[in-house]
Ligand binder design. Structure first.
Ligand code: SF4
Ligand code: SF4
Length: 730
């Protein structure tokens, strides 16, 4: 495939295997080309400088995103070249993008190699040896031509696939509020560049009389044949060649100059975004600087956005992967994560151009509406799906902080926040009732404030106060007793963990809760923390340890979800692995799976009971949120279908079980509440039961205890955990 520089004069017999440059372009044309190329490079460099200068005017980012820069660049290069993110959930998109990317990079590298030969190597050899030499000859030239033609062909195929998907099958994901002419211009320009290169090459091969060695340029050879077939003669091809060459050259130079000013800039910005990614983005949110006045908290204006957030917006390719996996959008809520990113970008561009300023987020009249932010469940599916690592959730939290400060937060959430503030729990119950869930047990739960324990168990609000979830707390206690481990709880010194408090924007209250727990734990003697709720687990593990000024007495590695601890203790449990024979499916909670990469421990435990475990299509990192996170559990949403109902339908209709699953297994108390609700409102009560992993295990331990040879660990485990009775005390 011809690049704009690989231009061949008529070859004479006996001349080396190569193609001399600027065939039929002439010396004036050559000078003009270099002039245009220089202007192009200046326009390109200015555009790139302007973009990055704009980022530099953003606020500082609280995290170190440039440590181990070589390692970061290598990792980003691996992510880009393997196309791993594009293949995720979309084989067609992965192949398409890989063809375009690899083809484009090959053509870019090939053109650069030719430029080095022409403008550097030949001049240097002339300077030092007196003879102008080229390495663009012989085997090198033949290999070069073969590689360029092959990868260039993949490039054209890839762009063709993109056109087909955009304009023929009209993939819904690619069309949205911000679809514009630049999207069409981008993809059609790539197509014309690819096809134009082959047309130019075909004319050259025909015009130069089919040099034998040019068979390596097999696509160009084929195009030359087509020209010949439609009646173009050798002299006609030679005459047409300069027209084709200049068209191709001007288009290529125009494209390069355009890159920093429109969608093609994502080729640069997305790489920069990958290099500066925060691998814990969303797991731990940035804090609020202590010296900020209330009217400065959150996104008040575009000047509050950090350089990374501005880069995020420019890196967006409009691919729509985030929107396609967003449970809020799927439920008909007024949230489309791509639109939020691009709305913010469009607003910034308009302000930079002198446009009117409005509040970034408000209950009416803002760039982003309050209802949009209230719709987010902080499930992180958008961030997981984004191929360029855009960090949606931290930005959404900044907007929630603004809504909180302006009193525009949803009333239901405000009430819960008041309960947490006044009572220390999201149920508004007296704290002395916090441990009432344990009253029915026939053993005492040790008090970790009074005795040294191995596992300090943070029970959490829902297992402490919600009737259905109290069964989860009791079953976890029974398992810990059965495994004979040293553990204890904080009784009424335990308060709301604050994970969702933080995500709805109440940073001050979150900090108070973190301070409280740090103080209480500082007086306890323990080795590890174990949490019932993945939300607590996430915040204890990732957020408390890095909170400014907090002396948190535990390390990240000391914090576990109960399924992890119990899985490690599984060999100490009196189970044979055949106690239960239910057909079940398991739902990965966002905060345990996608956010903390724990998929196997709960599955191992379910299998440990003897149940047959089958997967829903959306499992592990692709799991579909129950709708409860990010304050979703506290808001009455106006939606077409609840995410929980949609998920239960998936469990009943789409698992690979071949029969109806009987139990829908959860590992998160909030999921339990959401799915019990979805089971009722979706009319699934007669079809499916919701059970916790711990309930299944407790039932299995109890079943083992009833077998003559089954030895329990000296603990009688009651059977209220499983079977239809599991929801009896709802
Ligand atoms: S975090 Fe979840 S609910 Fe919120 S925008 Fe992303 S995908 Fe949608
Ligand atoms: S934010 Fe990421 S996933 Fe969403 S449209 Fe932009 S690039 Fe695609």
């Amino acid at each position: 495939m011809d690049s704009v520089l690989s231009l061949t004069p008529l070859l004479q017999a006996g001349e080396p295997v190569t193609r001399p440059t600027f065939w039929r372009i002439g010396s004036v044309g050559e000078v003009l080309f270099y002039y245009l190329a220089a202007v192009t490079i200046l326009v390109f460099l200015y555009g790139v400088y302007d973009r990055f200068a704009r980022y530099a005017r953003g606020t500082e980012d609280p995290f170190d995103r440039l440590d181990d820069l070589p390692g970061r660049v290598l990792q980003a290069a691996k992510t880009v070249t393997t196309n791993e993110k594009q293949f995720d959930r979309d084989l067609y998109g992965g192949i398409m993008h890989a063809f375009i990317l690899w083809g484009f990079l090959t053509l870019l590298i090939g053109t650069t190699i030719l430029g080095i030969d022409m403008d550097i190597y030949r001049n240097l050899t002339a300077w030092f040896t007196g003879e102008r030499q080229s390495f663009f000859v012989g085997d090198f030239y033949l290999s070069y031509s073969l590689v360029m033609d092959s990868l260039g062909f993949l490039f054209v195929v890839g762009v063709g696939m993109a056109l087909y998907r955009r304009y023929v099958t009209r993939n819904e994901r690619l069309w949205g509020k911000h679809t514009s002419s630049e999207d069409a211009l981008f993809v059609w320009t790539l197509f014309l560049l690819g096809v134009g290169g082959y047309l130019t090459e075909g004319l050259r091969i025909l015009g130069t009389g089919y040099p034998d060695f040019e068979t390596v340029s097999f696509v160009g050879w084929f195009v030359a044949d087509v020209f010949g077939f439609v009646g173009v003669s050798q002299s006609g091809a030679a005459a047409l060649y300069p027209i084709a060459w200049w068209s191709h050259a001007v288009l290529a130079l125009g494209f390069i100059a355009w890159i920093p000013y429109a969608k093609p800039f994502h080729m640069i910005s997305s790489f920069a975004n990958l290099v500066t990614r925060d691998e814990k983005a969303g797991n731990r949110l940035p804090g609020v600087p202590a010296d900020l006045a209330p009217d400065e908290i959150g996104f008040t204006g575009i000047e509050d956005l950090s350089w990374k957030q501005l880069l995020d917006h420019d890196a967006c390719t409009k691919c729509g992967r985030c929107s396609a996996v967003c449970p809020a959008k799927a439920s008909g809520r007024p949230l489309d994560p791509r639109d939020v990113v691009l709305d913010l970008k469009a607003y910034r561009e308009s302000v930079d151009a002198g446009g009117e300023q409005t509040p970034i987020v408000a209950d009416g009249g803002g760039v982003i509406d309050a209802a949009t932010m209230e719709s987010c469940m902080s499930c992180m599916a958008c961030m997981d799906a984004c191929p360029v690592d855009i960090e949606h959730v931290p930005q959404f939290t900044e907007m929630n902080r603004r809504l909180t400060e302006t009193g525009a937060m949803d009333e239901g959430v405000q009430d819960v926040m008041m309960d947490v503030f006044m009572k220390g729990n999201s149920f508004g119950e007296p704290q002395r009732k916090r441990s009432n869930w344990a009253d029915d047990l026939d053993f005492d739960i040790p008090d970790a404030r009074d005795e040294a324990v191995e596992y300090l168990w943070y029970v959490g609000d829902y297992p402490s106060f919600d009737e259905r979830n109290k069964r989860i707390a009791r079953s976890v206690a029974k398992i810990l007793e059965a495994a004979d481990v040293s553990y204890g709880i904080l009784y009424d010194d335990e308060k709301t963990d604050g994970n969702d408090v933080r995500r709805v924007g109440e940073e001050g209250l979150f900090e108070e809760l973190a301070d409280h727990h740090a103080d209480v734990l500082a007086d306890c003697e323990f080795e590890k923390i174990v949490c019932t709720d993945p939300h607590s687990f996430n915040t204890f593990k990732h957020e408390y340890p890095v909170l400014n000024g907090l002396e948190w007495p535990a390390e990240e590695g000391d914090v576990y979800h109960y399924t992890q601890v119990v899985n490690d203790l599984a060999s100490d449990l009196p189970l044979s692995g055949t106690e239960l024979d239910y057909t079940v499916t398991y739902h990965d909670p966002c905060h345990l799976g996608r956010m903390n990469n724990e998929y196997d421990a709960p599955r191992d435990l379910v299998r440990e009971t003897g149940c047959d475990l089958f997967e829903m299509p959306r499992n592990r990192a692709d799991s579909f949120c129950c709708g409860g996170g990010g304050g979703g559990l506290w808001i009455d949403q106006d939606e077409d279908t609840k995410p929980s109902e949609e998920r239960l339908r998936e469990a009943l209709e789409d698992t690979d079980a071949g029969e109806r699953v009987e139990k829908f297994v959860v590992a998160c108390p909030m999921c339990m509440t959401m799915y019990e609700d979805g089971r009722k409102t979706g009319n699934y009560e007669d079809e499916l039961e919701i059970v916790g992993v711990s309930e299944l295990l407790a039932e299995a331990i109890d079943a083992a205890g009833r077998e003559p040879e089954g030895a329990t660990a000296g603990v009688e485990v009651d059977t209220d955990a499983g079977g239809e009775g599991a929801t009896a005390d709802d």
